[in-house]
Every structure is written in structure tokens, then in C-alpha cells.
Write a protein that binds this ligand. Structure first.
Ligand code: SF4
Length: 163
């Protein structure tokens, strides 16, 4: 089973109440090959919500206590982000997910890149809070930019079962 950031699967769960649907990923869910998780909503945050960014590092630094997640008005949502990551992981494990495709740049789901904590639209390298937790637990993490590699792999599996 594959995990996918819920907003990529068409769920309107982003901070601004919008989705970032990728049709091929939504189809994976419809075909029951994937499940959707939104760590921020699972952590108890509402839709819509204030935008948040990691201040002082990346997701690993949040877990090490060296960085925080703050909203653009200064509210500290670090604990909600961490709780959401744990809840999402539990949901993934229940469904025997080993690979998850994640929305890039998000303070939760970013894989290679996140916003840099200045709320100016700039990025820095590093994973988000949920992504770093998933990596530490041994899940295979795939950026939304590389989703085609996962579909190609599924297709090869499918071909093998035909012979
Ligand atoms: Fe999408 Fe992840 Fe943000 Fe939820 S937390 S809206 S799944 S990027």
C-alpha cells in the first residue's frame, strides 16, 4: 500500500482550504492502491488555518527541540505538528504502507524542500516535521515531483502478475 499527502489526492485540506490534486495519484486511491493522510489535520488543526513555517531549522531540528513551528501571527503549533505526524504514521502502519508520496515545501510534508521560516515565499533544503518522522521510522519517502517512479513500479508489479 502507498501513502499520499491528502491534498495531492484532491482533499481540500491545505491551510488555504484548497487541494493540489494530481489526477494519477487520486486514481491510485480510487483503485485502492493508496491511502491519504493529512498530518496537520490529524494533529487537530482546522481548515482553513494560518500558514505555518519551521523557524530555526528543518523537521529533524523540530524533533530535536532546536526548531519550532510558528504561524504567521506567531502562534506556536509545534506540538500539533508533532502530534499529527505521529497520528499519520499510525494510520499508515495500520494499512501496511511502506512508501509515501509527499507534498513538497510543506512544513509537514516537504521532502527535499520547505519554506525557510521567513514567510517570504523562499525555500530551504530539508524535510518537514511529518516527513522527518516517517524517515526516522523507516518509511520510503518520495517527493511529489517523483510520483511517476512509484506509478512505474506499480505498473511493473502489475505486469509481473499477468505472467
Ligand atoms: Fe497537504 Fe501535508 Fe499540508 Fe496536509 S499537511 S495539506 S497533506 S501538505
Amino acid at each position: 500500500m502507498i501513502g499520499i499527502s491528502a491534498c495531492l489526492g484532491g482533499i481540500c485540506c491545505r491551510y488555504d482550504g484548497q487541494a493540489k490534486e494530481i489526477v494519477a495519484l487520486k486514481k491510485l486511491v480510487e483503485d485502492q492502491k493508496a491511502i491519504l493522510v493529512c498530518p496537520e489535520v490529524l494533529g487537530g488543526l482546522p481548515i482553513p488555518r494560518e500558514p505555518a513555517e519551521i523557524i530555526g531549522g528543518d523537521g529533524f531540528d523540530v524533533w530535536n527541540g532546536q526548531a519550532k513551528v510558528l504561524t504567521n501571527t506567531g502562534a506556536d503549533v509545534t506540538d500539533l505538528f508533532k502530534h499529527g505526524a505521529i497520528m499519520a504514521y499510525q494510520k499508515l502502519i495500520e494499512k501496511e504502507v511502506t512508501t509515501i508520496i509527499l507534498k513538497e515545501n510543506s512544513p509537514s510534508c516537504g521532502g527535499k524542500s520547505i519554506y525557510d521560516g521567513t514567510f517570504s515565499g523562499n525555500h530551504r533544503s530539508g524535510p518537514g516535521v511529518a516527513t522527518s518522522y516517517f524517515i526516522s521510522k523507516g518509511l520510503e519517502v518520495i517527493s511529489e515531483n517523483d510520483w511517476q517512479t512509484v506509478l512505474d513500479r506499480e505498473e511493473r508489479k502489475c505486469q509481473k502478475t499477468k505472467y
